[in-house]
Design a binder for this molecule. Structure first.
Ligand SMILES: Cc1ncc(COP(=O)(O)O)c(C=O)c1O
Length: 378
């Protein structure tokens, strides 16, 4: 039995994912966290810190910074400096803060469908946002760079990138990222690169490349957002950071954060350090387990001619096209059969659903059986 086969009751643990359908015969497969325990070094570190018993004001030690720097070097071959790191409680605040760096009448651009908080960050900051559609290119979701360039105007000052891509699981190649970086240089805009899923590339033939690591010209205009939260399933601890190599950009970002509770909390520091130092083995096994789960989902989709999904190289979130089911709302259909999936319309396309498959195989099989019944009766 794999570590990830352990079934853990998450009800009554302040768990957003399971609380949503409290008391109902519905299995949740929506919000992006996993039904797995965090790596044991993380749990041990938290226990030790709690045992200490004093939880006063906090500072982030060098060892934690070194753990982050080494982890990023090990996994992404990118050498970052301690002073480039700006700690924050979440990646969503990082997206909002980057939007706040824009001047009045500056505009932003991103893709669609997209993680909904990209759109809300623009709304929160009164930023006009243009969204260009992701296109099916060679069996995966990608960006049509000609279309992107056509949509850039003199007011465009920010591109919000999701890499790896949510929803859809695309890992952008060096060639694609270089095209984007070159456009940013040519038209002088910033890139907010949300790389929260960077370590969840499950296809061994693909690897994540931080866009800022490709070229110093790009790095100067990029705010990279990363976190241990998705990778090690510790979202509730609220630990994340921006990596901003350019001093002026970083100073402006920090100014926006001033007085708003930057930094991360005491337990988040212990968990982050332990995860980045000692979590690699767990992470390697997790990715194998997720890949096997992905195969179950892909087989399910293949067996149902009315469903479709493209290559999902990263994340544990399957983006499934339900347009041929000819139902008004695929989310409602699956809900009726006892599965609570993410609604495609939240991401910008009502014909799709987003299925979170980071759960035990046993639970995933029940989910897929219920979904099969739903499809058969659609
Ligand atoms: C692309 C992306 N960015 C950000 C987040 C959330 O980040 P945080 O919880 O650190 O604010 C998620 C969570 O699903 C995500 O998928």
């Amino acid at each position: 039995m794999s570590f990830f086969d352990e079934e853990i009751d998450r009800r009554d643990t302040h768990c957003e994912k399971w609380d949503k359908y409290r008391g109902k015969e519905i299995i949740p497969a929506w919000v992006a966290d996993m039904d797995f325990k965090a790596p044991s070094p993380v749990i041990e570190a938290l226990k030790n810190r709690v045992e200490h018993g004093i939880f006063g004001y906090t500072s982030i030690d060098d060892e934690t910074h070194t753990a982050v720097i080494n982890f990023i070097k090990r996994h992404h071959n990118w050498e970052i400096k301690k002073e480039w790191i700006v700690w924050m409680s979440g990646v969503i605040p990082g997206i909002n803060l980057t939007c706040k760096l824009l001047n009045e009448n500056d505009e932003a651009i991103t893709t669609t469908p997209i993680y909904p908080h990209f759109v809300t960050a623009a709304k929160n900051t009164n930023t006009k946002l243009t969204q260009i559609p992701m296109r099916e290119i060679d069996g995966r979701w990608s960006i049509d760079f000609d279309e992107l360039e056509e949509n850039i105007n003199p007011a465009t000052k920010l591109f919000i990138l999701c890499n790896p891509y949510n929803p859809g699981g695309t890992v952008f190649t060096k060639k694609e990222l270089t095209k984007l970086g070159n456009l940013a240089v040519k038209y002088d805009f910033l890139i907010c690169s949300d790389e929260i899923h960077a370590q969840l590339v499950t296809n061994p033939k693909t690897k994540h490349i931080p866009i800022a690591s490709i070229d110093e010209k790009f790095a100067k205009r990029v705010v990279t957002l990363m976190a241990p939260s998705k990778t090690f399933n510790i979202a509730g601890l609220q630990s994340s950071f921006a990596i901003i190599p350019d001093r002026r950009l970083r100073t402006n970002f920090r100014k926006e954060l001033r007085g708003l509770g930057g930094d991360i909390n005491l337990l988040a520091i212990s968990a982050t350090k332990a995860a980045y130092k000692d979590g690699d083995e767990w992470l390697g096994e997790l990715k194998i387990y997720l890949r096997e789960n992905l195969k179950l989902v892909e087989d399910f989709v293949k067996n149902n001619k009315k469903l479709k999904m493209l290559s999902c190289d990263a994340t544990y979130l399957a983006w499934i096209d339900c347009s041929n089911l000819n139902v008004k709302d695929p989310y409602e259909l699956f809900l009726k059969y006892g599965v609570g999936i993410s609604e495609g319309k939240r991401f910008g396309d009502n014909n799709f659903i987003r299925l979170n498959f980071a759960t035990t195989k046993k639970n995933l099989e029940v989910i897929l059986n219920r979904m099969q019944k739903a499809v058969d009766n659609a």
